[in-house]
Every structure is written in structure tokens, then in C-alpha cells.
Design a protein around this ligand. Structure first.
Ligand code: PEP
Ligand code: MG
Length: 537
């Protein structure tokens, strides 16, 4: 038994026969041709056939792994039409009088090398795509066929895998991937994740493993070759547990989140960036209850522009279709600092210049975000939520600014949802105490239990020394939640929880008893919480 380290790109365990996916590089010989016109026509015909194959793969992928992942085969079709690629090939056929296979190979290799040498990880990863398309055309020119089918469930071990090879493999017989090359940004890695296949990259592979039994440990990033019986048994137990968890999750997908006594709640997910959407969909969240928009700012070296923000919000809204997407305005400050804001040092940052306080002070920044949010509201079911509210006055100021921005957009003839819902986070004791008055002004409440616990108990949530007494189950916190829900209902609006406590299934029954309308949790908690609601009274 031998163990090899690698980088896990998808969690899970696979046990099975290793199939070495060594792709014999197609032998391309240079030959001198005399009829360059005929050779160019040969190339054009092969290219057309390759485009057809890619269209077939696109349609297959569309059915199996969805539009986003299928898009790579459209990109490959476009790459085949790329002027630089085609001109390079035609030029070699015409001026060097070489055969089409050779012209394609040389042009493809040069372009792949150029991409491989680029700094940007994304472009680097495109090098494999260039190799993939040139090999496809060469294969057509040489009269080659497609990849052979797997005869039994197998772990594919290869130096590298192209997306087109990955998608062609029989999904039912594919247990896992282990590759030496590749990046977590490559489309093969993306496909592996979408297909729920444990996968490792960066493993020093060996042809001699072919036919042996292997274990892929996608939790620890280990590949085991020739495992002993005891190791196999240990991993079978992990697989069994995983399967039980998956079964539980599967059976809850598509179900309503409704308690035994018939109370239905909205079960949403929290995200920080558009790329979290895959797991929102995978876990069947009914909407987004908290999009922490500040991550767009944290991810950037300068203020994200209106266009950048608009694109991100629009993408989330469109991906979620008609489902609710609640986007929280900038909540920077305290532990979330960015240099370009120059917020300066504060003695008490958690109680300092943060969130809505910054926005009301720096209205230029706030208005840019509001413009982006309102514009994106024309593309889906967006609601806006304001953090760290302590007073009626703040909400009145916000509403005035929103009206100004709406007026601007109307004058510019820019479409937006006139009736966009606006809610506030209840995460300060002041907002709990004022919740009845605040509820008259907004469309919903979302309780931020992380900060509400911090401010109610006067315990800095960043201070690990206070962990043992930082108790969100404290009666003062629970009683606050109850008060907020009651006041929301008295004023005819809904109330939810988007803090971590919403995912605490020990409290699901309590929240239902309080009359909670919505829970928004990390994507991986959606189905466990659904289970807790469905089994509660
Ligand atoms: C909260 O305070 O509970 C909350 C959801 O917001 P954040 O954790 O981003 O402060
Ligand atoms: Mg908060």
C-alpha cells in the first residue's frame, strides 16, 4: 500500500480500479504537399467536423451538467473559429507547404505555450483548451475515433484531462479523477465538482498503477494505491456515512419547508459572492436571504464600480430566476476592513464607524450601490436590506436617498422595480426595542443573531477568550427574537433570521413557536434545517 498527496478539488471518497487514462499523443508527421488549395480544403472540412463534434458534446453536457458547464464546448467552437489560430494554420500550409495535421499541431502548440506562460491563472488554464481543440482537429484529419468507453466503475488517473474527454466518459462508470496537472480553475475541475465526483490534482502519477485498486480521499487530499483490507474497510465506512447523508439530502430536495402542524417557512441561503450560487442551487435553497455585498468590496483593490456591482447583482438575480434575492448593502467596518476606505484606527471598531453609518456619511458610495441594485432589480426578484440599524431616523434617511436614486433612474429612463422591497437587519438592541416603530417603515425584518448576540451580551464576537460565555441561546437573545417577530407581525410584515443561529436545529422548534417566517442559512445547512422544520410541530 502506498499513499500520495494531492490537492482535493471535490470532497468525497472513491474506491475502485485504476484506469490509466494515458492518451497516446497522436503521431503527427511533417510532409511536403504540392496542392496547397486541396490541403486548405482538407483542413476546413476537418474543422467543420470538429465543430460538429463539439456541438454534440455541448448538447450532451447541457443535459448532464447544465448550461454553465456546457458552455466550454461553445467556447471551444469559438476558439476553432479564432482568426489567429486559423491564419496561423493557413499560413503554414500556404507558405511552408506542409500537411494540415502538422500545421495544426505547430500552431496549436505555439498558442498553448503562449497561454501557459501568462500570469493570469484563468488564461493559463486555457492552454489545455487550445491543446484540446488542436488534437480534436488532428484526430479528425488522421481519421481517429473518440475516447474508449470504461468497461467497469473506475478511477481515472491521467497526466491531465481535457473537458471534452471528461464529458465523454461514461458518468455511471466514473468514480473519481486523479491528475498530475490541472488547476482548480480548470473546466475539468469544475465539471468534477458539478458531477459530484471526488477529484485530486497535483498527484505524482505512475503508469504502473493501471489495473490496481485505488482509494481517492477527497477530504484529506490523499490517493492510496493498493490499499490493504483494513484501509478499504475504513473508507467503505466513510462512504456509507456519506451515502446516508446524501440520501437524507436527496429526499428533501424539492420539498416544501413545512412543519407537521402546517406552518410553511421560507428557507433561504446566505452567500458572499455570485460563485456561491452553485451550492445554493445544489442544496435547493428557496431564495437568497442574505447576500453579503461587502465581499465585492473586500475582493477589490478599489471601489467596485456601478457596472461591476450591477453585473454581480444581475447575475445572482437571473440565476435565481424569480426566486427572492435579498442583497444587504455594504456592511464594512469592524472586522471587515479595506485599505481604500481609509477607515482609520478605532478603539471600539465593532461599535464604531461601520455599515449603514458609513453609507449615510459617504452617500456617494451608497448611491452607487443603490443605483446598481435598483438597475439589477429589473432582472429578477431583488430586495434590499440595510445593516446595523438603530433608529427610525436612519430608515427615513435611507428611504429619502433611495427615492432620490429612483428619481435619477427614472429621468435617465433606466428600468428598475418601482416596488422593490426594502427591509432592515435587526442586530442591535436598539432596533429590537424600536422594532414596532421600525416595522411601520419597511417590508421585512431579518434578524442578524451574530451581531445581536454581541451587542445584547456586550461580548465582542471576535474575542476568543469570551467564547465560553458567548451564548446565543441566552434568554435575552431569544426573548429579543420573539419580540421582533411579534412586532413585525403586529405591523403586518414578515420576519426572518439570517445569523448563524438560524441554522441551529436545536432551536428550530422554538423559532417556529415564535412564528418565524424565514430562515436564511449557509447553503450546506439548507437541507438539514428543512428536515428539522419538517419534523417539528
Ligand atoms: C449577523 O450579524 O448575524 C449577520 C448575519 O451579519 P454578519 O455576520 O455579516 O455581521
Ligand atoms: Mg451583522
Amino acid at each position: 500500500m502506498e499513499k500520495f498527496g494531492g490537492k482535493a478539488i471535490f470532497k468525497g471518497v472513491a474506491i475502485g480500479k485504476i484506469v490509466f487514462g494515458s492518451k497516446e499523443k497522436q503521431q503527427v508527421r511533417r510532409t511536403k504537399i504540392t496542392d496547397t488549395e486541396a490541403e486548405k480544403a482538407r483542413y476546413e472540412a476537418a474543422k467543420e467536423e470538429a465543430v460538429k463534434q463539439l456541438q454534440g458534446l455541448y448538447e450532451k453536457a447541457l443535459k448532464e451538467v447544465g448550461e454553465d458547464n456546457a458552455a466550454i464546448f461553445e467556447v471551444h467552437q469559438m476558439m476553432l473559429e479564432d482568426d489567429d489560430f486559423n491564419e496561423g494554420i493557413i499560413d503554414k500550409i500556404e507558405n511552408q507547404q506542409v500537411n494540415a495535421e502538422y500545421a495544426v499541431a505547430v500552431t496549436g502548440d505555439a498558442m498553448a505555450e503562449m497561454f501557459a506562460n501568462m500570469e493570469d491563472e484563468y488564461f493559463k488554464a486555457r492552454s489545455a483548451d487550445i491543446k484540446d481543440i488542436s488534437e480534436r482537429v488532428i484526430s479528425v484529419l488522421l481519421g481517429g475515433g473518440s475516447l474508449s468507453r470504461l468497461s467497469e466503475p473506475s478511477i481515472i488517473v491521467a497526466e491531465d484531462l481535457a473537458p471534452s474527454e471528461t464529458i465523454q466518459l461514461d458518468k455511471d462508470k466514473l468514480l473519481a479523477f486523479v491528475t498530475e496537472l490541472g488547476s482548480s480553475n480548470s473546466h475539468t475541475a469544475i465539471l468534477a465538482r458539478t458531477m459530484n465526483l471526488p477529484a485530486l490534482i497535483g498527484v505524482k502519477i505512475d503508469k504502473a498503477w493501471n489495473g490496481k485498486i485505488g482509494i481517492v480521499d477527497g477530504y484529506k487530499g490523499i490517493f492510496i494505491v493498493d490499499p490493504d483490507e483494513e484501509t478499504i474497510e475504513t473508507y467503505k465506512k466513510i462512504q456509507k456515512k456519506d451515502a446516508e447523508k446524501r440520501e437524507l439530502l436527496k429526499s428533501l430536495k424539492g420539498k416544501k419547508t413545512v412543519s407537521k402542524s402546517g406552518k410553511q417557512i421560507k428557507l433561504y441561503a446566505n452567500i458572499g459572492k455570485p460563485s456561491d450560487l452553485a451550492s445554493v442551487i445544489e442544496n435547493d435553497a428557496e431564495g437568497i436571504g442574505l447576500f453579503r455585498s461587502e465581499f465585492l468590496y473586500l475582493d477589490s483593490d478599489d471601489f467596485p464600480t456601478e457596472e461591476e456591482q450591477f453585473a454581480a447583482y444581475k447575475k445572482v438575480a437571473e440565476t435565481m430566476g424569480g426566486k427572492k434575492v435579498i442583497i444587504r448593502t455594504l456592511d464594512l467596518g469592524a472586522d471587515k476592513q479595506v485599505d481604500y476606505f481609509n477607515l482609520g484606527r478605532e478603539d471600539n471598531p465593532a461599535m464604531g464607524y461601520r455599515a449603514i453609518r458609513i453609507c449615510l456619511d459617504r452617500q456617494d458610495i451608497f448611491k452607487t450601490q443603490l443605483r446598481a441594485l435598483l438597475r439589477a432589480s429589473a432582472f429578477g426578484n431583488i430586495a434590499i436590506m440595510y445593516p446595523m440599524i438603530i433608529s427610525v431616523d436612519e430608515v427615513l434617511q435611507i428611504k429619502e436617498i433611495v427615492e432620490e436614486v429612483k428619481k435619477e433612474l427614472r429621468e435617465e429612463n433606466v428600468k428598475f422595480n418601482e416596488k422593490i422591497e426594502q427591509g432592515i437587519m435587526i442586530e442591535t438592541p436598539a432596533s429590537v426595542i424600536m422594532s414596532y416603530e421600525l416595522a411601520q417603515l419597511v417590508d421585512f425584518f431579518s434578524i442578524g443573531t451574530n451581531d445581536l448576540t454581541q451587542y445584547t451580551l456586550a461580548i465582542d464576537r471576535q474575542n476568543s477568550k469570551l467564547d465560553s460565555i458567548n451564548n446565543p441561546h441566552h434568554p435575552a437573545v431569544l426573548r429579543s427574537i420573539k419580540t421582533v417577530i411579534e412586532n413585525a407581525h403586529r405591523a403586518g410584515i414578515w420576519a426572518g433570521i439570517c445569523g448563524e443561529l438560524g441554522a441551529d436545529t436545536a432551536l428550530t422548534q422554538t423559532f417556529l413557536d415564535y412564528g418565524i417566517d424565514e430562515l436564511s442559512v449557509s447553503p450546506s445547512f439548507v437541507l438539514p434545517v428543512r428536515k428539522a422544520v419538517c419534523t417539528a410541530d
